[in-house]
Design a protein around this ligand. Structure first.
Ligand SMILES: C[S@@+](CC[C@H](N)C(=O)[O-])C[C@H]1O[C@@H](n2cnc3c(N)ncnc32)[C@H](O)[C@@H]1O
Length: 262
């Protein structure tokens, strides 16, 4: 199994996922619709950070969370004792064909090998009802860019994405989703690039929040960095967040959201 780049499910990681979900929900869950009584699966729910947001937006659906990691699910159970949770590999789901009206996930396929990603998409299609759909958001880490250039930070992230690939994950899975979904048999695949471009003139809080998000990603994955970069990860994170307030500074990142109808 690929190594999980963000390390242990400790309180710091739980808090990171919570903060990330709180910030990104406004974009990621936009347009994810399901009526009263609909059956919704939050796949690879991790600590349940997005599942809780889904339920807050769609309080009358039947929501289930599932994840491969028992430690992530344990954290999810502590945060949401009433949310039904199932331990399962997303490529082998313990649900009958057509069980769900909506299957949602965020940041899953970057953590699995390409062949496994294809199996997961086929399995998701199996458990989606004829009239249902899958909503997914995935990374395209090569798109990360900022101004002014920060050589240390750039080196850290390059090294991190390399480690992710070497560990069996895929840091540019987002751009491959249309092809993978089509191969899995989804009929109507709508791809939305979600580009974040923030600077000192962005709506209040956005630039800072995005910089902190990536600084926290860097710190959460620092054990994957070579020793000398690991030792400088705090410095890199500080340089990144200091872009907030730096005249002329900006941050750009694109991930991909896909709605795939069965
Ligand atoms: C970055 S976390 C994202 C969690 C959550 N979706 C969120 O946005 O907060 C990725 C999750 O994918 C899960 N995962 C990785 N491979 C999986 C697989 N094959 N089947 C199910 N879950 C998997 C990990 O255990 C982890 O909880």
């Amino acid at each position: 199994m690929p190594s999980y780049i963000h390390g242990e499910t400790d309180p710091v990681e739980v808090a990171r996922l919570e903060k990330q979900a709180r910030f990104l929900t406004r974009w990621i869950l936009d347009g994810v619709e399901a009526g009263p009584g609909a059956r919704v699966l939050d796949l690879a729910c991790g600590t349940g950070a997005m599942a809780r947001r889904l339920l807050a937006r769609l309080p009358d659906v039947h929501l289930i969370g599932s994840d491969l990691s028992r430690t992530q699910l344990k954290a999810a159970r502590q945060q949401s004792p009433r949310l039904p949770l199932v331990s399962a590999d997303a490529a082998r789901l313990p649900f009958a064909a057509g069980t769900f009206d909506v299957v949602h996930w965020s940041w899953l396929l970057e953590h699995v090998q390409p062949a496994h990603a294809q199996k997961i998409l086929s399995e998701v299609r199996r458990v989606v009802a004829d009239t249902g759909c899958a909503w997914m958001t995935e990374v395209d880490n090569d798109s990360l860019a900022f101004w002014p250039r920060l050589p240390l930070v750039e080196e850290c992230f390059r090294s991190l994405w390399r480690a992710q690939e070497q560990g069996g994950g895929d840091p540019i899975i987002g751009r491959k989703l249309q092809g993978l979904c089509a191969l899995a048999g989804f009929t109507d695949v709508q791809v939305q690039p979600l580009t974040f471009h923030f600077h000192n003139g962005s709506p209040p809080g956005y630039f800072r929040a995005m910089l902190e998000e990536f600084a926290e990603i860097l710190l959460s994955a620092r054990e994957s960095l070579p020793k000398e970069l690991n030792a400088r990860a705090d410095q890199g994170a500080a340089q990144l967040t200091a872009l907030d307030g730096t005249p002329g500074a900006s941050f750009t990142y694109t991930c991909f959201r896909v709605r795939a109808a069965r």
